[in-house]
Ligand binder design. Structure first.
Ligand SMILES: [Fe+2]
Length: 395
């Protein structure tokens, strides 16, 4: 194992921490672009509380509201324009993953010469990563994405229907204010989708990473088991603050880099799902809930021992031998049943997605990221034909 690791984001975690936002932000800037989504933060007064704390600390607020789910490039450009015109010196992303991702890219777009899509278009010929950004503060209101404490963002170019990603050092937030009280009003379905998203963040590296990472395996299993223990409690009773806190902490850990250190894993399930949500505007976690089990059944054919380990350690199944395919498949069935039990979809038909565009989804997936042979990276690498097969099995 050879790796380097750094996560510069200062994490402020715990119920009630939103009240410190003014004091925290004032250390990094005086005029904040406050980026929000569809309005839930106004309905539940999170917005009002944040603004009064910011103003009391001498921070002026400029609003950029209305970032949509599956955030669009046009929203990023709109926010960057506001920040530039108003002379903002800090950007706050307050909302779900879409809002935080858009806020991060707005912060980089303010200083970026040329078309901001060039920083998103991962691996394409005109790809230019951003090297600087305004200081970023994240305030997640949903436990799911992990964007609050990493340097990544996913943006959709609505003109081309391409959804792609950027990962850059300058996109790490200075501070993540993670207050589980802000998630109490998240509806049941979005809570469940968030749980699926956070689990998928660790299954990606667990199943696609390098061999010989026993400590990382245990970290990933710890996140999955914690999410499976506390997730259903948060779904059953949205006001269960302890369950909300455990799920939110799991979501932060799942994608702040620590679980993935040294595994060098690809994220094929995410890559396939991004194409589905770019075309159909479905919730990211709902798409993952359909794609992940279908992908697992495909990948288990070439690597049964890995999936047998998952079955044994997550569901307590006993193995006849390390390559026990029956146990591997049983583990995947049980994982899918868990997702179903918390209210996640497990078939494309539940998302009203049919078979008309299967080839297009596969083409778009490998367009965003591919190896030298045109395959989607992962274990195993997948051809367009393989992706079609996976999606067909999930119809
Ligand atoms: Fe995700």
């Amino acid at each position: 194992m050879k790796f380097e690791f750094e996560n510069p984001t200062h994490l402020v975690f715990g119920a009630g921490r939103l009240s410190q936002i003014g004091e925290i932000v004032s250390k990094h800037g005086k005029k904040a672009l406050l980026v929000t989504g569809g309005g839930s933060v106004k309905r539940n007064r999170t917005f009002e509380r944040a603004v009064s704390s910011l103003n009391a600390a001498g921070v002026t607020v400029v609003e950029c509201s209305g970032v949509e789910p599956n955030p669009r490039l046009s929203s990023v450009m709109r926010g960057a324009e506001i920040a530039r015109n108003e002379g903002c010196d800090i950007v706050i992303g307050m909302g779900g993953g879409s809002t935080m991702d858009a806020a991060k890219v707005m912060a980089a777009a303010v200083n970026y010469e040329g078309d901001p899509w060039e920083m998103i278009a991962h691996g394409q010929s005109n790809w230019r990563l951003p090297t600087s950004a305004l200081p970023i503060i994240t305030v997640p209101t949903l436990a799911a994405t992990g964007s609050e404490m990493n340097g990544g963002a996913v943006i959709t170019n609505e003109k081309t229907t391409v959804k792609s990603f950027v990962i850059a050092k300058c996109l790490y937030p200075r501070v993540a204010i993670v207050d589980p009280e802000l998630t109490l009003s998240v509806p049941q379905d979005q809570t469940a989708f968030g749980i699926c998203d956070l689990i998928t963040h660790v299954t990606e590296s667990y199943f696609n990473g390098a061999d010989g990472t026993p400590l990382q395996d245990r970290f990933a299993e710890g996140v999955i088991l914690t999410a499976m223990e506390w997730g259903p409690k948060a779904v059953a009773d949205g006001n269960n603050l302890e369950a909300r806190a455990q799920v939110q902490w799991a979501s932060v850990v799942a994608l702040n880099g620590w679980v993935q250190v040294g595994t060098a894993g690809a994220f094929p399930v995410h890559m396939i799902e991004h194409v589905l949500s770019a075309h159909h505007d479905i919730a990211h976690g709902a798409g993952l809930s359909v794609v992940n089990p279908a992908w697992m059944r495909f990948a288990a054919q070439t690597r049964p021992a890995r999936f047998a380990q998952f079955a044994q350690r997550i569901f307590g199944l006993s193995l006849k031998h390390p390559d026990d395919r029956d146990a591997a498949m049983e583990g995947i069935d049980r994982f899918e049943a868990f997702l179903h039990s918390i209210g996640c979809p497990t078939r494309l038909s539940q998302l009203e997605i049919g078979d008309a565009l299967l080839e297009r989804y596969a083409q778009d997936t490998v367009h965003v990221i591919h190896d030298g042979e045109g395959r989607l990276p992962g274990r195993p690498p997948m051809s367009e034909k393989d992706i079609i097969e996976i999606l067909r099995s999930a119809l």
